[in-house]
Design a protein around this ligand. Structure first.
Ligand SMILES: [Fe+2]
Ligand SMILES: [Fe+2]
Length: 154
């Protein structure tokens, strides 16, 4: 039997790596740029997430190499996370929370696609990585949805 080709899975892994890298940059920027008393909790939460997203990116990079792909350098990364650009109004904490929710949802959607593609390609190691990472992203999503509930009240 022919070995299953690593086509779609590799594409999704590279997409996931790209999204993790962009999220790291934007969480970092927002964790520094936001101002005000209401921003403090969100800033420290984002700063902690930078480390977690970096772990995700690192694990993805290792897996991309293992399946015979190339880890892209900065000039090959296709960024487009409009929702998470640091806002002009640096007290717009709610806007950043909404951006985080959108970014986490986009990551979740990509991991789910990758998990399905892994099934087609018999790639259970990539699938395991994506499932574990998906669990982290779902945790982030729930946390920021909770923040939004509170921040929209004030
Ligand atoms: Fe992540
Ligand atoms: Fe996340």
């Amino acid at each position: 039997m022919a070995k299953p080709k690593k086509g779609k899975v590799l594409e999704h892994l590279i997409q996931a790596y790209t999204m993790e890298c962009e999220t790291i940059l934007n969480y970092l920027a927002n964790s520094v740029m936001l101002d005000g008393v209401r921003a403090e909790e969100i800033k420290s939460s984002l700063a902690a997430d930078v480390a977690e997203e970096l772990t995700h990116a690192t694990e993805l990079a290792k897996r991309i190499k293992q399946v015979g792909g190339r880890v892209p350098g900065s000039l090959s990364l296709d960024f487009g996370q409009k929702v998470l650009q640091p806002p002009k109004d640096t007290t717009d904490v709610t806007g950043v929370i909404k951006g985080v929710i959108a970014a986490e949802q986009a990551a979740i959607d990509n991991y789910k696609k990758c998990i399905k593609a892994c099934e087609q390609e018999d790639d259970y190691v990539s699938q395991d990585l994506c499932i574990r990472t998906l669990a982290d992203e779902e945790g982030h999503l729930i946390q920021f949805k909770g923040f939004l509930k509170e921040y929209e009240k004030r």
